[in-house]
Structure formats: C-alpha cells, structure tokens
Design a protein around this ligand. Structure first.
Ligand SMILES: *Cc1c(COP(=O)(O)O)cnc(C)c1O
Length: 392
C-alpha cells in the first residue's frame, strides 16, 4: 500500500485536533446558507421554518446528553462554552463565594480562563493528577472550601486521552451543593454521557471534534442553574447568548451529534481495536518508547507515546513528509514550543514530554493506515536518534 509513485498514502491521525465535516452533515447544512436563509427570530414563514430546524437541532443535542432541549445553548464552540461556563457561573454566584476547583490538565480554554479569573479576585485550586493523568475524586472533595462555587473537571483529556471519573466527581459536587462543569469536547461520540446520572450542571461541546463544522458548539446549562450571559445584545438563546444564530452551523451540529451518538459502543470498539494494534505495534517495534496516559481508561482513538532521545517536532515533520498527520502534545500548545502542561503534570520530565507524539484515530482510519504507520514510524525514530546528540 505504500506505493512509491505519485499517489502517496495520506493518513490523518489527528482527530483530537479536528475532524472533517461528514458529507451527510454538510448536505444537511447547505440549504441553510441559501434557500433557508431566513432569520430564525423573524415572524414570517421563512424565518419560522428556520426556527423549527434550529429547535430540531437543539433536540438532537439534548438527546445525546440525556438533557432537555431548553437546557441547550448554542455558542461559537468549545472555547466559548468553557469561557462562558466559568465566567458566567462566577458572575452569577459571586455572592456565594469566589473559589473554583479545577485540574492542572484542563484544556487552555479552561486554564487560561481560570488564570484570568484569578486576576479578578477568584481563588483557583489546580488539582494534580497521577502518572496516568487521573484526577482523584477524594482530592476534589478535600479541596472544597466554604466559598467554593464550582468544580470544573474535563471528561476526557485531549492530549493523554485519559478518561476522568466525572460521575464520582459530580456526585461529590452535588452532595456539597457546588456547581459541576465538565469540558466534554473530546468525549462526545466516544463515551456515553448522561448529565443526570453524572450530576453534571454545565457541559461544553464542540461540533468540529465529531465530524461537524468548525465555529459552533453548545453549553448545556441544567434547568435552574443561574449563569450570567456571555454575549450582550439581542434576545437570542433565551437572552443568554446574543447574536443572530449561525443557523447552518447549528443544523450541522445537530446532524453531527446524532450521527456520532448512534452506536457509540460499536464505534468505540472499532477504534479501540485499531488503537491497540497501533500502540502494541509501536511499543514492540520502537525501543525505549512508552505510552502516555492510562492503559485502559483512555479515549478509544487516542495513542499518545513518547520516544526518548528525539525531538517531537522533528518526528512530526518527518511523518508529515510521509503523509502521516499527527500532533505533538496538543495542537493548541504545539505552536508555543513549551512542553505540554498535561504531560508535565503527569510527572513526565519536560525533556521526555518534548519527545511525544499524539496519534488520534477516527472513523476514517483503517487497518491499512495502522500498517502504514507501523511500517514508517520505527525507521524515522531510529534515524532521528542516530542524528540526535540527546540519543540514549
Ligand atoms: C478542541 C477542544 C476545545 C476547544 O474547542 P474549539 O471548538 O476548538 O474552540 C476545548 N476543550 C477540549 C478538551 C478540546 O479538545
């Protein structure tokens, strides 16, 4: 399959960074750019038709979470949902206190928002994780103070792939009467989610991580939970998030989440098998390689590994030259050149963290893709080590 002629194999294994919009999702969206262009706030028929479609998408999102449609608020994506959840809850609950509990391995959309809130007088506890990236629910409970208003722990980590015990943490939050927010951006379509069973009050999601379009997401807000509006203006989204709705995006989000959450278990089982073949093959073929994250409690498509003695970015570029698209750490931090905050929080020494490669599989990946990576990667690591003064 790795033909040497013009047709080079392309293997996209960076689904945690983004996914292609599925053709069926795009087809559902397209009419809303042209024929069905009405403003859903308009009272005439072409506006009302679009309103109906938007409310249908809200039902699709709600169904995927075990929520009610009235608890779903559309917004511009995962980053906005995280910002809104944290800033909005802090503003609305300031009279009750000003302490937030989160973890050291959150996405920057949560971490940098918490750092901003610290400049506004909010106290933030950043809980450590174990070497697998797991947050200890007992540590969450121990961190609770009289003035704690919110706990924010992600459902699954975007870099190491570790799945966090959000059900147990939600139970603790509920027992103490504290709001529980979870960034579920990486979990949708990969893990079953039930906001009731998991005692989740606020949940962030983003369509482009599950074959929907970029620039659209949603925040789930449990009925009765007060949250300050994030965007001021018109009366859209029940006065909670102003601005004319991105209607094609909303329709795409609805179509994508319904697709992604049909047969989660079958989809996850297929990915897990490919992922384990990939991980086992790499660990077998490449000396001094190690898996990052938890061996079992990990996202079905996530293979994050380190290769002592090499430079992760050099590895990425050499894989790119062979048509393999992966990532070092997370796509968001790779531009900064800093070692991943997730891997360092897991106790990986900074130098080893800089040797990491994250391959995240998706529904388009096949056994042939895994074979191709296994044929190409070991030789590249060997060459990089031969070139490197750091090599062990
Ligand atoms: C991608 C991602 C985000 C940001 O979502 P955008 O829609 O790209 O803004 C937030 N949290 C996690 C865990 C993510 O993986």
């Amino acid at each position: 399959m790795n033909g040497s002629s013009a047709q080079k194999r392309q293997v996209y294994m960076d689904h945690a960074a983004t996914t292609p919009t599925h053709p069926d999702v795009l087809a559902a969206m397209l009419p809303y750019f042209t024929q069905e262009f009405g403003n859903p706030s308009s009272l005439y028929s072409i506006g009302r038709r679009v309103r109906k479609a938007v409310e249908g998408a809200r039902e699709q999102v709600a169904a995927a979470l075990g929520a009610a449609p009235a608890e779903i608020f559309f917004c511009a994506g995962g980053t906005e949902a995280d910002n809104w959840a944290l800033k909005g809850a802090v503003s609305a609950h300031r009279s009750r206190g000003s302490h937030i509990i989160t973890t050291a391995i959150e996405h920057h959309a949560v971490l940098h928002t918490c750092e901003y809130l610290e400049t506004q007088g909010v106290r933030v506890t950043y809980l450590p994780v174990d070497r697998y990236g797991l947050v200890d629910p007992h540590a969450v409970e121990d961190a609770i103070c009289d003035d704690t208003i919110m706990i924010s722990v992600m459902m699954a980590n975007n870099e190491a792939g570790t799945i966090e015990p959000v059900g147990a943490i939600g139970t603790i939050a509920r027992e103490h009467g504290i709001l529980f927010h979870t960034d579920a951006v990486q979990a949708i379509g990969h893990l079953p989610i039930d906001v009731e069973a998991m005692h989740i009050d606020l949940l962030s999601l983003s369509a482009h991580k599950f074959h929907g379009p970029k620039g659209i997401g949603a925040l789930y807000v449990r009925d009765g939970v007060a949250i300050e509006r994030f965007v001021h203006g018109g009366a859209q989204e029940k006065r909670r998030r102003a601005g004319t709705e991105y209607t094609p995006g909303i329709i795409g989000l609805g179509a994508a989440i319904e697709r992604a959450c049909t047969d989660i278990e079958g989809h996850a089982a297929r990915l897990r098998r490919l992922r384990d073949r990939l991980i086992d093959g790499v660990l077998r073929e490449v000396p001094h390689s190690a898996l990052n994250g938890h061996p079992e409690l990990r996202l079905p498509g996530n293979a994050s590994m380190s290769f002592a003695g090499i430079d992760g970015e050099a590895l990425l570029l050499m894989l790119d030259a062979q048509g393999i698209y992966g990532s070092t750490g997370s796509a968001c931090s790779s531009a900064s050149g800093e070692p991943s905050h997730v891997l360092t929080a897991m106790g990986v020494p900074p130098r080893l963290a800089g040797t990491s490669l994250r391959l995240t599989l998706g529904e388009v990946n096949t056994d042939e893709d895994v074979d191709y990576v296994l044929a190409v990667l070991p030789g590249i690591v060997e060459r990089l080590r031969a070139m490197s003064p750091l090599s062990a």
